[in-house]
Each structure stands twice: as C-alpha cells, then as structure tokens.
Design a protein around this ligand. Structure first.
Ligand SMILES: [Zn+2]
Length: 185
C-alpha cells in the first residue's frame, strides 16, 4: 500500500540519485567496532565522532550501528557482527529521556492499546502473557545508568561471546549532547 510518506521517500530517492556520485558511495570496509544504541532520532552519533554521510553520498564512518528501542543488544547482530563482521569492541550507548523508560511506566497503556487494535486471535495470544512476562518480553527499564550496566554484563555473559570481547557502557544526554562513561570495558 502506498502512502504519502512512502511517496515522499521515493521522490527523495530520485533527487538523491540525481545528486550523488555513485563512485563515492561507501564500500564494504573492515571495522572492529559497533555501537548499540536506541532508535530515538535525537541520538546524534556525531557526538561520538561518528560522522554522517556527505551530500555527494560519501560515507565518513565504517562503525557498525545497531539501533533498537532502548539500545538493548540484539542477539542476531551480536553473532553475525562478532563472527562474520569481525567486531571485537562494542559500545552500548543508552540515553536519558528514553522511550524505553517511558514504556516502563506505561506497560499497562501499551497492553491496552494492543488489546484495542489487535484481531481477536492476536488478543487471545496476548492474554496468555502475565504482566511480569509482558514486562520481561519488552525489556523496558527505569534507569539508563542501571540498564547500561546490565546490558554490558548481558553481552559479556552471552554464551556464544568470546571471553576477550570489549564492551563499554555509555549514557548520552539528549538535552546537552554530553556522553558519560558508566562502564569502561
Ligand atoms: Zn531511547
């Protein structure tokens, strides 16, 4: 189904193709670091020196970026990132004012919204989750400083992670642009 937003994106893509130099598009490059961070669009990775793209389409950073709600690690990305892409240093970058913290205090709202919008068989499936299971499933958290410590430990103790993997835990302040190191890997 086409939507106005999709149409805008496709129009933007035509302008993009007209403006870039395809020779300058990023090539696959070796890189040993990945940043795991939140999908929140306010997180500007230039705060960590990870530059965006040039107007000509050129890429200025090879650092892998894994974005999920809250910046919780994704097992598939850890396995493929570590054992195929060659990542040996992860930075978990969580942030203040995170939607995952908001969700932590609004689990009942999320559940009510799901019940209102899902089809009957989907609602029935949702009903099998206890509130505790629902909270665990969504992996929300109240405090990014505590959550980043937990996440670093989770990655390091993942059964398929090499013992020499380096994992740092940082918290970004979306109000000031400041980054604090909570765990130095
Ligand atoms: Zn967030």
């Amino acid at each position: 189904m086409s939507t106005p937003r999709l149409a805008e994106m496709l129009q933007a893509n035509r302008a993009f193709q007209a403006n870039i130099d395809v020779q300058r598009l990023p090539k696959r490059a070796p890189e040993t670091m990945a940043v795991i961070t939140c999908m929140d669009p306010r997180i500007n990775l230039e705060a960590l020196g990870i530059a965006g793209f040039g107007a000509d389409g050129s890429g200025n950073s090879d650092v892998r970026i894994i974005r999920t709600i809250g910046g919780r690690a994704d097992v598939r990305s850890l396995v493929i990132g570590t054992f195929l892409a060659g990542i040996n240093e992860y930075v978990v970058l969580m942030h203040k004012d995170c939607g995952c913290c908001l969700a932590h205090s609004k689990l009942d709202v999320i559940r009510q919204n799901m019940e209102a919008r899902l089809a009957p068989d989907q609602r029935e499936r949702l009903g099998r989750f206890s509130d505790t299971e629902f909270a665990e499933w969504l992996q929300t958290f109240a405090d990014p400083y505590e959550a980043v410590k937990t996440e670093v430990e989770m990655i390091k103790s993942f059964p398929f992670m090499p013992t020499d993997i380096v994992v740092h835990g940082l918290v970004y302040d979306v109000g000031t642009g400041a980054v604090e190191v909570v765990v130095e890997g």
